[in-house]
Design a binder for this molecule. Structure first.
Ligand code: ZN
Ligand code: ZN
Length: 262
């Protein structure tokens, strides 16, 4: 088995308010050092432009770090509606100094439960995300917000059998062609308490089909709590299990904003 680089390119902070108070940039980096992470990316949510000032503070926190760990500054993008856009542009990237962007769909975009339609909508947005030249990594395919399902009394999305193999193959191909990495995400998917063990097995099988089509993958904890950073080990394990080589593990281009001297 080849050596999987110990990276985590999906981490939230307390600044934007989705992650809890344990997620302060210096504490995140200290915990990553303890866990043996070599390179990481802070990627808080950028759903609306009014969050940009908060991202400026994250960048300042990273610049103030004293660390040997390579620390990059990214953002996680979300569509502003069904078939909508991301609150991101080449100008914003440059002005705020974002080094990369991860993004994807975060809603079923349905008024009534319809599993087939739900999967089709996710798939369409996955492809759209890959085709966006500003997005480097597609986040957590087929993650859903369980609370929203419970609120509406919908049956939970707890099997990947609803996803046709043809969708997986097409996504793998489009990701390869566009040079977009696909996430192996632990807190949202592989280590989420909201999913059954069966779902998790099916999810690894799904990733294996994607892998056969040749795209790169990003390892991601998607931690919103400092305790969840440790789940990243599962992403490294699954990457090795999929037979991925180090060249197929995505890394941001260029020098990190902090550290990287080790
Ligand atoms: Zn997300
Ligand atoms: Zn996230």
């Amino acid at each position: 088995m080849s050596e999987i680089p110990r990276c985590d390119y999906h981490i939230h902070t307390a600044h934007v308010g989705c992650a809890n108070e344990t997620m302060q940039v210096p504490d995140i980096v200290a915990e990553c050092e303890r866990l043996g992470v070599e390179s990481l990316g802070i990627t808080d949510h950028l759903n609306t432009l009014d969050q940009l000032d908060l991202h400026r503070r994250i960048r300042e926190d990273i610049e103030a770090l004293d660390t040997d760990l390579a620390v990059y500054f990214g953002a996680e993008l979300n569509f502003d509606g069904p078939d909508g856009d991301f609150a991101f542009s080449e100008e914003i990237k440059e002005e705020y100094g974002f080094q990369f962007a991860i993004g994807g769909i975060h809603s079923p975009y349905l008024d009534e439960h319809d599993l087939e339609k739900m999967v089709e909508i996710q798939h369409r947005h996955h492809l759209k995300t890959c085709r966006d030249p500003l997005v480097d990594v597609l986040v957590h395919p087929y993650w859903f917000h369980k609370g929203k399902f419970d609120e509406r009394g919908w049956p939970w999305f707890d099997s990947m059998e609803a996803v046709p193999e043809a969708f997986a193959r097409e996504l793998g191909q489009v990701a390869r062609e566009t040079g977009t990495a696909i996430e192996i995400n632990t807190a949202a998917n592989l280590e989420s308490a909201r999913y059954s063990d069966r779902y998790k097995e099916e999810y690894v099988a799904y990733l294996a089909i994607l892998a056969e089509e040749g795209p790169c993958f990003a390892t991601a904890s998607d931690a919103h709590d400092i305790e969840k950073l440790g789940t990243i080990g599962t992403a490294w394990k699954v990457a090795a299990q999929l037979g991925l080589t180090a060249e197929r593990i995505w890394r941001p281009q260029g020098a990190p904003l902090a550290g990287g001297h080790a």
